[in-house]
Design a binder for this molecule. Sequence first.
Ligand SMILES: [Zn+2]
Length: 286
Amino acid sequence: MDTKEIFKITEIEKNTYRILELGGNYLTLLLGTKKAMLIDTGFGFYNSKKVVEKITDLPLIVVNSHGHLDHTGGNYLYNEIYINKNDLKTYSRYEKEKELMIETMKKRYDKLKKEYIWPEDFNGKEYVSKTTKKFIPMEDKVKFDLGDRIVEFNKIPGHTLGQMVAFDYQTRILFSSDAVASSLWMYYDEGISLMDYCNNIENLKKYPIKYILSAHLDTKFPMEIIDALQATIKARSAAKSRVFIHPRNKHKALLFKYNTENIKGFDKISSIPRMNLIYAPSLSTD
Ligand SMILES: [Zn+2]
């Protein structure tokens, strides 16, 4: 397999790249006049740094949107990584679960008779031992100046406690990672209540958002996806949800599917037929 198949590179706007890693994780590369920024490092089964270096030789700032392995696995390739201080614990926990994670993925791919998403000569032990060289803990709101390009990070706890989203003032794209999308997973970590999450995403409406890009989908979400998420959370009930068991950690959650035709006006501005909310019953106390 050559690098073209492993990383699919798209320049979505001027100096704005989405790098899709095999396995379905988007890495984002933003270029300013003085610095470049990489948001997330993917699983890191392959070398994303080589891809980045083909695009730019500017000094690179690397940020993890949150601590999950599909966003931090390639951290070992880079010298230092920014992450929200609240997600350091999440990262450590996922480091310990790396082996189990690969085992679970392997089983799933075997069952589906799908090719593995790692190289043929993949050495699991070596991969597990690779770790982040240095973390720089971030506060809950941070602005980076890449040179004529400001990128502002905001903490939106919910998916994880230190989940960060990035607003790029140049393109007016909100890079929402796993915090805002048509599917929302809300049962990791200690969690925050669904209603607190609803209030947090309300704050994102202050930005003049052109569209929203999440970390695992190609979809350009309109700003109104925020309203759709809030409506979905408000409409949920345990009775209308079904039990969902996580394939790896066996944690029990609830899955609530909500047809967007129920959300006033949203079906007209978006081609997204359904919202998916996977949530821990304990976060749904209101
Ligand atoms: Zn995640």
